[in-house]
Design a protein around this ligand. Structure first.
Ligand code: AMP
Ligand code: GLY
Length: 421
């Protein structure tokens, strides 16, 4: 089949790697891709958010099925546009992608459908937000309504911090239009778990759970990032919790999206906090998570394309999805300075060693070819992943690999998956 994957990070590399792992051989294109993806698919120089450019490419090259990795094109309505042209694509429509693109929408959606989440209020008026923050208990969480690359969430310990966050979002527009409206919500305590689910609008089948690491430094110090590592399975996600999340969160979400006239087709991501009072949703994403997908794909047994086509065709209930009885760990190698300023263009050494490994797989994010070398081209550069019988085994392999790969300024967290052992 002729396929197009939209995006260019380690998540998209993992999706393409898994598509290629099937016995059926596909012709895969990726827009825009990266140096690692380039060895498994044809990278094309079209940005993930250039919807009309993508449509032209798909029509000209007779692409049969498009899979969208990142949120921006989804929130811009790529699926609606492809549908209008009769092109086959998997992902939520613009109105269904609102579940990620607007925190105010997703909070109201959860409230009216009795889906457990943190207590909250939405504000478009600065004075009212300040008054509410003054009357609240701390810590308090302040969120920009719109997409902000995972950076629009500020956890405030004091009213002063909250007032600064409110002004940064609402007055200084640090997150652009995304912060004109804000959500203020109660701080939840507990382990965070990510559950991704395949959805066809009617049926939702959860994947194996994963935990990710948002902070830049060991033991959750430093700034928030796009994600510094992940692992799966998660011992905190017990059978009992799994059942609760399926019955009380996933099923009502998919049902309500349908009955509210925005059926969700694609990958739904539940960001959960396991509180003393039970699991609660802190966010939905309308796509595969990054870096959760890197770990989760290393555990999937069933052909990914077969599942994704079933999501698009509404036949997910006919499919049985199987998982390996294994464990996977992903360690992100980043450029010195990330998530703030960093330099690009450094040669990456040590990659070839893992090309033929079955258990150590290096997914690329910010990388680029330069002559015969591969150089750094972004903040998060590589997802160094490994699978094993246990988390401990996978973890050891991933760190062994990370130690032998190098580029100037490279850094990675040393504590990924420790809590999973
Ligand atoms: P989000 O962009 O909504 O995933 O939020 C980013 C991170 O902020 C989450 O992964 C959590 O670690 C944290 N966070 C968000 N909302 C809350 C909350 N209500 N209580 C505690 N932590 C939160
Ligand atoms: N790992 C969280 C996300 O993909 O937004």
């Amino acid at each position: 089949m002729r396929l197009l994957v939209v995006g260019g990070g380690a998540r998209e590399h993992a999706i393409i790697w898994k598509l290629n792992a099937a016995s059926k051989k596909h012709e895969i294109y990726c827009a825009p891709g990266n140096a690692g993806i380039g060895s498994e698919a044809h990278c094309i120089d079209i940005s993930a958010s250039d919807i009309e450019g993508l449509i032209a490419f798909v029509e000209k090259n007779h692409i049969e099925f498009t899979i969208v990795g990142n949120e921006e094109p989804l929130s811009m309505g790529i699926v609606d546009r492809f549908n209008e042209r009769g092109l086959k694509i998997l992902g939520p429509t613009k109105s269904a992608a609102l579940i990620e693109a607007s925190k105010a929408f997703s909070k109201d959606f959860m409230e009216r459908n009795h889906i457990p989440t943190a207590k909250y209020r939405t504000f478009s008026n600065r004075e009212e937000a300040l008054q509410y923050a003054e009357d609240s208990d701390y810590p308090l969480v302040i969120k920009a309504d719109g997409l902000a690359l995972g950076k629009g969430v500020i956890i405030c310990q004091t009213f002063d911090e909250a007032a600064t966050a409110i002004d940064e979002m609402m007055v200084m527009e640090k997150f652009g239009g995304s912060g004109r409206k804000i959500v203020i919500e109660e701080f939840l305590e507990g382990e965070e778990v990510s559950v991704l689910a395949f959805c066809d609008g009617r049926t939702a089948i959860p994947m194996v759970p994963a935990q990710d690491y948002k902070k830049a430094m060991d033991y959750d110090k430093g700034l928030n990032t796009g994600g510094m590592g992940s692992f799966s399975p998660c011992k905190v996600y017990t059978k009992e919790i799994e059942e609760f999340c399926f019955e009380r969160i996933l099923k009502p979400t998919i049902n309500a999206m349908r009955t509210e006239g925005r059926p969700f087709q694609g990958i739904l991501f539940l960001g959960l906090i396991l509180t003393q009072k039970g699991p609660k949703v802190i966010e939905y994403n309308a796509r595969f998570g990054d870096p959760e997908t890197q770990s989760v794909m290393l555990r999937l047994k069933t052909d990914l394309l077969e599942i994704l086509l079933a999501c698009q065709e509404g036949t997910l209930d006919k499919i049985k999805i199987q998982w390996e009885d294994n464990a996977a760990v992903c360690v992100v190698m980043a450029s010195g300075g990330y998530p703030e300023n960093y330099e690009k263009g450094f040669e990456i050494k040590g990659l070839n060693f893992y090309k033929s490994s079955q258990d150590i797989i290096i997914f690329h994010a910010g990388t680029k070819e330069k002559g015969t070398n591969i150089i750094t081209n972004g903040g998060r550069v590589l997802s160094v992943c490994a699978r094993g019988k246990t988390i401990e085994e996978a973890r050891n392999k991933a760190y062994e690999a990370a130690e032998t790969i190098s580029f100037d300024g490279a850094f990675y967290r040393k504590d990924i998956a420790l809590k999973g052992i």
